[in-house]
Design a binder for this molecule. Structure first.
Ligand code: GDP
Length: 295
């Protein structure tokens, strides 16, 4: 997990700590660092900030050795995540009934599986969750959620094929309120991300449902695409938080850092496998320990 990013940071730290007194050598090392960070899915803006900070800190004598470099890297990465608000969708679910989450994301990223994982998590914590298939234009999407419902034994509200997605979501919330469901997890369409109709559809769902949270699901393995999708959905409906899937198979490592930096929104969970329990809260310290060597 995240090995490529770890290699980028550790190679740089070992090399740079030997040449801190030579501006020219440090510059070369920083150029290589930038290149290897970009290859590890770290967005250009983040790469520039890291490189600038290292350069400044060394020039100003704030960083003088390997230890200082390691600390600086850790602080920089941690700082990105500290700027994002903390959101706890379990705590929040105690405060509203029903607690409504709209899930956003492009088809294939693992969105329906993630919804089922979150439904299971709620169920195991004693909540009564309802999954809602509001992608009414794609029979496959509804079918996918129905199958997750069958496998988890948890209920799915199916919209009529071709019905208005916002109306379907609205009906689902009304149904949930009447039947005493605690949490409503709404799946939305995720066709091609450059799609004006999709933006209108999502905006309408958000307007009608007034969800407590809008959570974007992205697939780490898609790298830059995941980062572009984050920008797209955030511009469209303002995302509250992000779940990154497939990190169990993800070596490049930079997607969580890049998305947190670009959106300023928290990564709340990561998907770590195909099973319904394969999801865990995103832990910043654990992430840092996996990508930056210890002092
Ligand atoms: P959707 O079209 O976005 O709803 O995508 P699906 O939920 O159908 O997921 C697509 C594929 O990704 C399926 O084979 C899932 O089992 C797989 N998947 C989803 N999340 C994860 C994850 O965290 N790790 C791994 N390894 N596979 C995942």
């Amino acid at each position: 997990m995240f090995n490529k990013l770890k290699k980028a940071f550790s190679t740089f730290i070992e090399r740079a700590s030997r040449v801190l007194t030579s501006k020219k050598d440090l510059e070369d090392a920083l150029e290589d660092l930038k290149y290897s960070l970009i290859e590890s899915d770290v967005a250009f803006e983040v790469v520039e900030e890291i490189a600038d900070s290292v350069w400044k800190s060394v020039c100003e004598g704030i960083v003088r050795d390997r230890r200082g470099l390691v600390k600086l890297m850790k602080d920089l990465v941690k700082g990105v995540f500290q700027k994002t608000p903390s959101i706890d969708i379990v705590d929040e679910a105690y405060k509203f009934k029903p607690y409504k989450i709209v899930f956003l994301g492009v088809n294939g990223v693992g969105k329906t599986t993630t919804i089922a994982k979150i439904a299971m998590m709620y169920y195991e914590k004693g909540f009564k969750p309802l999954m809602v298939a509001a992608d009414t234009f794609r029979a496959g999407a509804q079918e996918q959620l129905r199958i997750h419902g069958e496998r988890t034994g948890l209920p799915v509200f199916m919209g009529k094929y071709g019905a208005d997605p916002a109306a379907t979501a609205y009906d689902a919330v009304a149904y949930a309120s009447k039947r005493g469901y605690d949490v409503v997890l709404i799946d939305t369409a995720g066709r091609m991300h450059v799609d004006v109709d999709l933006v209108d559809e999502l905006k309408k769902i958000v307007r009608v449902i007034k969800p407590h949270r809008k959570i974007l699901v992205v697939d780490a393995l898609t790298g830059n695409d995941a980062i572009e999708q984050a920008r797209f959905f955030n511009d469209a409906v303002s995302v509250d938080a992000v779940i990154v899937t497939k990190v169990d198979a993800y070596e490049r490592g930079g997607v969580p850092l890049s998305i947190a930096y670009i959106l300023g929104k928290p990564i709340i969970y990561v998907g770590v496998g195909q099973g319904y329990k394969d999801i865990k809260p995103f832990d910043v310290d654990e992430y840092i320990s996996k990508i930056i060597p210890s002092e």
